[in-house]
Design a protein around this ligand. Sequence first.
Ligand code: ADP
Length: 427
Amino acid sequence: MIPLERKLLDRVDQVSMRHIAEKQIAHFLPVETSSHTADELLHELRVHQIELEMQNDELRRTQLALEESRDRFVDLFEFAPIGYLTLDSNGLINEINLSGAAMLGVERGKLIHRPFVLFVAGEDRSAWYQHFMRAKQQSVKQHCELALKRNDGSVCYAQMDSRRFESGISAVCVALSDITERKRLETEIQERRNEMVELHTLHVAAQTVSAIAHELNQPLLSIATYSEAARMLMEVDNPDLNKIRKAITGCERQAQRAGQSIRDMLEFLSIQEFTSEPFDLIQEIVGVLELAKLEHELQFDSVFCTEEGSIQVVASRSHLQKVLLNLLHNGVEAMQEAGVLCPVITLSVSANREEGVARVSIQDNGSGIKPEDLLRLFAPFFTTKGKGIGMGLAISRSLIEENGGRLWADPQAGSGATFHLTLPLAS
Ligand code: ADP
């Protein structure tokens, strides 16, 4: 029961009405103490008349209050900032407020009994059918965003909040919010992002070309110098075969270096398809450490810390090998550059089964990373080495991320540099 009705019933309480009426009549017409029936009847009638007048006044006041409240609700419904409509079970419009009709760009009267789907843009119609079916069948509110085609052909975007509405012939009621401006901003942001990506790609391409030119120039010059030396050595009467061999070996090395640089850059620019497989991380690290020691003329000591017997991860073995070799190589170079007497690389491996990741930390006791370099360390072409290309860490991070892990540097972990990487554990 609405409060107004309650109020009305309270007010027309018969006993109190009669009481008030009797008081009023006593005021205007004092009752004779004689017991004449005609007088009593007259008195009764007057009391009733006053009672009725009071009830009438009360009803009029209540009617006015109801009309005011109805006008307020009509105002609220018709001019609400969102469109509101009800649909029958076939999706025909039963009722629609003025805001909804304005959104569709059609006079309200012409919308009644028309299928709402006529106003849904072609590409979004199947999304609308699914949304409508869900709203009809489920008791919870359904939400979707659609493109609507107005009568004049223009397109606006609407957020639809629909729910089941079993009242009369209506099956679903829909609240329509105009989100055209938000969509326009989203598209604009996406376009700016695409432009940024394009610019970034162009920038990377330009840097790649200049890096390739820089990388190839050096070995090509060396190859030309070695070749010239070899030719001159061969032109003398008793050619020194050892010197010629050295010159040719020099050519070979420079050609290999040039080839490797190009391969590295191509790998960074397009990471090819790879296969992940479960394997034991500890065994793999031991193997890579041996390989690194064979490769490096500078010997280094290694400390391997782990509390686990075996840690099964899922990743590409060859990607992990490349990353570990690159990190070890960088560590050895940093220790060499710092002139460290006892170069040591400490490797720690652990498994965090709650988070489902294995973690490898590689710490050297070399020159360490300057705080100002930390932010650009993984950026392509960042290098502090005379002959470096600055692609190693960028490629390593891409490879680890492709395998579902992370790679980062930790400046605070003691002297030297520490790099950490994670990989997903095999379930
Ligand atoms: P490059 O080795 O060709 O320079 P990287 O991408 O592998 O390319 O490394 C980028 C830069 O990061 C290096 O030039 C160096 O300044 C820094 N760096 C990498 N590893 C270490 C390390 N272990 N210790 C100190 N600095 C490092």
